[in-house]
Design a protein around this ligand. Structure first.
Ligand SMILES: C[S@@+](CC[C@H](N)C(=O)[O-])C[C@H]1O[C@@H](n2cnc3c(N)ncnc32)[C@H](O)[C@@H]1O
Length: 242
């Protein structure tokens, strides 16, 4: 059980750009559960998808693993003992907690938690790749390169799970979805001040794109059958195959 997220509770003159530092890592499970509608469903579904697609003798990847929620979900459902799971994050604070969390798991020996930029990590022999709420933090112009490297490192029939906050082309739709997301956060106990200060901190740090943009880019890279499998308000999870 993580501590309660109070990071944006006190008034700030000018919130600094959001970073995944030690304070955020300490409260991360609480923060993401109360900020991302449908988060628990996405994590559970990620585990189920991994269970269906991890092949013996292959690698799986949790890119932007934070404290290990998707890794844990995958470990719960993977049906073979012969796999290697690479969990990668570039925040040393997240990696430290992820390593601690995984150490007690029966399959800890199959998991390697690494502190690195996911843009530099070699992907090979992959049957499952998970990018849960992480591509949105990669510079826009670098996203296609990262997804292309993932595609190249995947085996035929392998699956990519991609979960993201969504943007909307229509201003009216953007406003409706943003309002509903803010209502969700209020219902989770966040104050208007916390919501507005976090929004300012994430400006230019988390850059969402539309569902159509995601699906088209995946298809352009060569992934097949790119599709939505889950959506809650302005957060979605897609899956697609090589
Ligand atoms: C919203 S969190 C991901 C949540 C996690 N996948 C989950 O479902 O619980 C985004 C994570 O991506 C990491 N991250 C952002 N940019 C990264 C990069 N270029 N390389 C590696 N990790 C990155 C952050 O440190 C953070 O832990």
């Amino acid at each position: 059980m993580s501590s309660k997220d109070n990071i944006f509770h006190q008034p700030m003159d000018n919130p600094a750009p959001f970073v995944f530092d030690e304070a955020v890592a300490q409260v991360f499970p609480d923060m993401i559960k109360r900020s991302v509608p449908g988060y628990s469903n996405v994590i559970a579904g990620t585990g189920l998808i991994a269970g269906d697609y991890v092949q013996p003798g292959t690698n799986c990847y949790d890119l932007g693993c934070s404290v290990g929620a998707s890794t844990f979900a995958m470990l719960q459902y993977i049906k073979t003992d012969d796999f290697h799971l690479l969990a990668v994050d570039n925040s040393p604070h997240m990696v430290k907690l992820c390593q601690q969390n995984i150490s007690g798991n029966n399959h800890a020996g199959n998991v390697e938690v690494t502190c690195a930029d996911i843009q530099d990590v070699g992907i090979s022999n992959a049957s499952v790749v998970v990018l849960n709420f992480t591509l949105q933090f990669i510079p826009l112009e670098k996203r296609a390169d990262l997804l292309t490297r993932i595609f190249q490192g995947m085996n035929e029939g392998g699956v990519l799970v991609l979960s993201e906050k969504l943007a909307f082309d229509s201003l009216a739709e953007q406003q409706r979805q943003t309002a509903l997301h803010e209502s969700f956060k209020r219902a989770q106990g966040y104050s208007d001040l916390e919501i507005s200060q976090k929004r300012a901190a994430l400006e230019n740090v988390l850059i969402p794109e539309s569902l159509a943009t995601h699906l088209q880019r995946l298809t352009d890279i060569g992934f097949r059958d790119a599709q939505l499998w889950f959506r809650s308000i302005n957060f979605a999870s897609m899956m697609t195959w090589k």
